[in-house]
Design a protein around this ligand. Structure first.
Ligand code: SF4
Length: 162
C-alpha cells in the first residue's frame, strides 16, 4: 500500500512546471520590489532582504539541503539544480526543527504581504502582484506541495509530512 502511494510523489519536474513556478515567483518578487521602490526606495531594501533570504536561508539551510528531488533525482523546481547545489551549505537528513519551520513561515508570509502597503497606491501594480502571488502560492498549495518529497517542509501536503 505504502509503495503504491509513493508513486504519486514527483521525482523531477517538467519544463512547464519549472516555468510555472519560476516565472510566477520572480514576477511577484520583481513587481513587489518595484512597487515599493517607486514609493520609498529605503523600504525596497527591506523587501530585497526578505527576497534574498529565500536563496540564502531557505535554500542554503532549510528546505533544499533536505530535498530528494535534488539529491535523489538531480532536479529542482525553482532554480537550475547546479545553482541550487552551489547555494546549499551541506546536505541534511534531520527534519526541520521548530525554529527552522518558524523562520520558513515568516519568510513566506512576508514575501506576499510586505509590499501591499506601498502597492495599494498603484492599483494596476497591486492587481499584477496579487495575480502573480496567487499563481505561485496557488500552484504550491494545490499542486506542487501535494507531490513534494521534502517531507519536513512546513507546506508539505502529502501523507508523508513530518
Ligand atoms: S526544495 Fe527541492 S525542488 Fe524545491 S527549491 Fe529546494 S531543491 Fe529545488
Amino acid at each position: 500500500m505504502m509503495d503504491q502511494k509513493k508513486c504519486t510523489l514527483a521525482k523531477g519536474f517538467s519544463i512547464y512546471e519549472k516555468l510555472y513556478a519560476q516565472v510566477s515567483f520572480f514576477a511577484f518578487s520583481i513587481i513587489g520590489f518595484y512597487g515599493i521602490y517607486i514609493e520609498d526606495w529605503r523600504w525596497s531594501l527591506g523587501y530585497l532582504i526578505i527576497f534574498t533570504s529565500v536563496p540564502l536561508i531557505v535554500q542554503r539551510h532549510l528546505v533544499c539541503p533536505r530535498c530528494p528531488h535534488l539529491y535523489e533525482y538531480g532536479d529542482c523546481l525553482q532554480l537550475h539544480p547546479g545553482l541550487t547545489r552551489l547555494l546549499i551549505k551541506k546536505q541534511k537528513t534531520s527534519p526541520l526543527n521548530r525554529i527552522e519551520k518558524s523562520v520558513w513561515l515568516l519568510i513566506f508570509i512576508l514575501l506576499p504581504f510586505f509590499p501591499i502597503y506601498w502597492l495599494s497606491s498603484h492599483k494596476e501594480l497591486l492587481i499584477a502582484f496579487l495575480l502573480a502571488c496567487g499563481i505561485w502560492y496557488g500552484g504550491q498549495f494545490f499542486y506542487f506541495c501535494r507531490r513534494c518529497r521534502v517531507s519536513s517542509c512546513p507546506m508539505n501536503l502529502t501523507p508523508y509530512r513530518r
